[in-house]
Write a protein that binds this ligand. Structure first.
Ligand SMILES: [Fe+2]
Length: 462
């Protein structure tokens, strides 16, 4: 009987194949640059390993890239053909892959959740469910999955830090910042390569507005995380959010150019980082030069194939703000078409209908200067955004868009109310205090305006 490093039974040619599988999973968990290479090696070691086919099926779907889908389909077919040899756990993995391919992401997640209930050390099923729960905004499921699985783990089981990191992130996205922080810090202390745990802490520090701590956290681990894969760019993006809230706009632009958009990238997270940072800058009235151009260019290549609404609204920002209005209209039409396919079992179509299309419509309206329209869409839509996935910090871009549109449309009473919310929740944002002070002054609340402006000044002086 062959077993992986966590003791799970594996159907494979020999132990060398299982070792190759373990090495691939390890690299995936640590967001290693060599994950693809190791996956290939696994295929060379045992071309017909059941979990090898499944893993390729998963990994060709994870990046949400249209050109990878034929390979994902091929892997699923191979997994199906191998199913008679598979053990019960592996059969469930094949079922999860089938559900994913069929567009039923909730069924896919439920299958992984079930695997983890029966086999708590199946870290692949756990990590994938963690990710896909996150990407459709199923935050309670993400938290529950971590909370019920952790008692089945201990430091003696290989990969424990990765579990801690996921637990930390799940707690953080559910607003339990104080509980999340020690878990994430412990994970990174155990394994500095655990960039996902590091990312959980970056989120804690962002959501609690600890600007200097947030910058320091990334500075301290920069060397280790630079050696990780492309996900490190997202960590630099997080550090840059702190520069933004400290109104250090030169540093923001420098980080954009030299850290997270050093060249045009096809990676969806890269595009998301770049697009949402420029959007934030544009809304603050900062001149971003010709920086939209390359993101818009890449996004123009994504007009076909609606795979993930979260990515699409970032393409939409680049197209609309980068002056490619015709392409932006085409993107919106394509998203509407995807939304029209909404029916039970088509998770992403439902996400397009509920969140993707309204946000995309608002972005296009914003770029056209139709600010009243943005307000009209986003006032209700801000409460419906969660299924689009991504983090609270990422979705915040479109709350900012609502506030900025209220200001630009002269809806000062609304802007004042929204900014009052914002400074209450994010009291360390200098630009928010400044905008709040401005609108208070216009509304004749001179004392409150002076207090708000002083808060902005104090934050910058600190
Ligand atoms: Fe993040």
């Amino acid at each position: 009987m062959l077993r992986d490093k966590r003791g799970l039974e594996m159907t494979a040619a020999d132990q060398a194949a299982v070792d190759a599988y373990d090495a691939t999973i390890d690299a995936y968990l640590a967001q290693g640059r060599d994950t693809g290479e190791l996956l290939k090696r696994l295929g060379d070691t045992d071309p017909d390993m059941v979990m090898g086919h499944v893993l390729r099926g998963y990994f060709f779907r994870l990046p949400a890239q249209v050109h990878l889908l034929p390979r994902a389909e091929k892997s699923l077919e191979a997994a199906r053909a191998a199913a008679p040899r598979a053990n019960a756990r592996e059969k469930l993995h094949i079922a999860a892959l089938e559900a994913w391919a069929a567009g039923d992401l909730r069924k896919c997640n439920a299958t992984w959740d079930r695997i983890v209930i029966d086999y708590p050390h199946d870290i692949l099923a756990f990590r994938l469910a963690h990710f896909l729960h996150f990407y459709i905004g199923d935050l309670e499921r993400m938290r529950n999955s971590a909370v019920r699985t952790m008692p089945r783990w201990s430091q003696e089981v290989p990969g424990y830090s990765f579990m801690l990191g996921c637990h930390a992130f799940a707690l953080e996205e559910n607003g339990h910042y104080a509980e999340a922080e020690p878990l994430g810090r412990r994970a990174v202390a155990m394994n500095e390569n655990d960039i996902w745990a590091g990312h959980a802490i970056a989120h804690v520090l962002e959501m609690t507005g600890r600007r200097q701590d947030g910058i320091q956290w990334v500075d301290e681990h920069e060397e280790a995380w630079r050696a990780r894969g492309i996900f490190a760019h997202h960590i630099w993006w997080h550090r840059t959010l702190h520069y933004l809230e400290l109104e250090q706009y030169e540093r923001v632009l420098d980080a954009f150019d030299r850290q997270f958009w050093t060249e045009a990238s096809e990676d969806n997270t890269d595009i998301g980082n770049a697009s949402s940072m420029l959007m934030r800058l544009a809304m603050l009235g900062i001149d971003v030069g010709d920086r939209w151009e390359s993101i818009a260019e890449v996004s123009a290549g994504r007009l076909e194939g609606r795979l993930r609404a979260f990515n699409d609204v970032h393409f939409m920002m680049a197209l609309a703000m980068g002056g490619k209005t015709a392409e932006a209209e085409m993107m919106l039409a394509s998203m509407r078409e995807a939304a029209a396919a909404a029916r039970p079992g088509q998770t992403m179509a439902e996400v397009y209908a509920r969140a993707g299309v309204p946000i995309a419509e608002a972005i296009l309206a914003y770029a056209k200067g139709e600010h009243a329209r943005v307000v009209e869409i986003m006032e209700p839509a801000r409460y419906e955004m969660r299924p689009i996935g991504g983090s609270w910090a990422q979705r915040d871009c479109w709350v900012r868009m609502l506030i900025d549109s209220a200001l630009r449309d002269g809806q000062d009473a609304l802007a004042r109310a929204l900014l009052a919310e914002r400074v209450a929740v994010q009291p360390t944002s200098a630009p928010s205090w400044r905008a709040y002070g401005d609108v208070l002054a216009r509304q004749g609340a001179a004392d409150d305006a002076a207090t708000a402006h002083a808060r902005a000044a104090n934050l910058l002086a600190a």
